[in-house]
Design a protein. Structure first.
Length: 265
């Protein structure tokens, strides 16, 4: 089974453990309690059977964007299978960050990026639009749709990957379905199935998006349980009745096509 994981996080185990234990936000955001910090020690074992993987920094409220970007590129600079994804920098830091990009893909997260202050990051969005690159983002609440609409309107050639099928922090099924309905109508909006074990939602997403705009992702190391996310979601795709061709697209082919387009020459 050929796999490309499009949603992996990487960070220093000790630093992440300290943040999780000491953070003032650990009882505010579910993310702090869902991260499996121990899994960071087995990162190399997890990715060894992946043909490619898209890797981004760990994210906490305490994260320093520029430091995280430098660390992710430094660690994966010699790994030909890795697609390092940087956080969208503020405009004042854009030139420094653009020099270390290897692929036309950036990420933002509501813990470190304020929706209301998106214009302070406009250089990054415009760069992606000019190069038909991709932005990975997360849904926070009902304002997420309006925010995505704004980005798509102002940066019309920028593609957006709405992570986790668009679910919110409460994993509300109706909210997720609404985000699927919204995203599937725009050909430049994609999604991934990271952290999603709800078979009904995954099948609904395939029906709405089709099988060309959905990627496999694990959200490693944000998972729990004994079944690794690759095996779990591969089994779900089979159980909901997808054909071999459809499963191959979601687990591998869609991501491979995207990565080929995104590499900076």
């Amino acid at each position: 089974m050929r796999i490309i994981d499009t949603h992996i996080h990487f960070g220093n185990k000790k630093s992440c453990k300290d943040i999780v234990q000491k953070s003032l936000y650990k009882n505010v955001y579910k993310l702090y309690n869902s991260v499996n910090v121990t899994a960071l020690s087995t990162f190399d074992d997890y990715v060894k059977n992946l043909e490619y993987f898209i890797v981004m920094p760990m994210v906490f409220k305490e994260t320093d964007i520029n430091q995280a970007n430098n660390d992710i590129v430094k660690y994966f600079s010699d790994d030909l299978r890795a697609v390092p994804v940087l956080f969208v920098p503020n405009d004042k830091d854009f030139n420094n960050n653009i020099r270390i990009m290897k692929y036309n893909i950036l990420k933002e997260h509501f813990l470190v990026h304020d929706y209301n202050n998106y214009k302070a990051r406009s250089f990054g969005y415009q760069y992606l639009s000019d190069n038909q690159g991709f932005l990975i983002l997360h849904s926070l609440s009902t304002i997420s749709k309006k925010y995505i609409e704004t980005l798509r309107s102002e940066f019309s050639n920028m593609n957006i990957i709405v992570a986790h099928l668009g679910r919110n922090g409460q994993c509300d099924e109706n909210f997720t379905k609404d985000m699927i309905d919204f995203g599937s109508k725009d050909d430049r909006i994609y999604t991934d199935i990271s952290t999603i074990s709800n078979k009904k939602l995954i099948k609904y997403a395939v029906n709405m998006y089709g099988d060309d705009r959905i990627f496999f992702g694990s959200d490693y190391p944000y998972f729990s349980g004994d079944i690794p996310p690759v095996e779990e979601q591969a089994l779900i795709l089979e159980e909901i009745g997808l054909s071999d061709e459809q499963r191959n697209k979601i687990l591998y082919l869609n991501a491979k096509k995207m990565i080929k387009k995104l590499k900076i020459r």
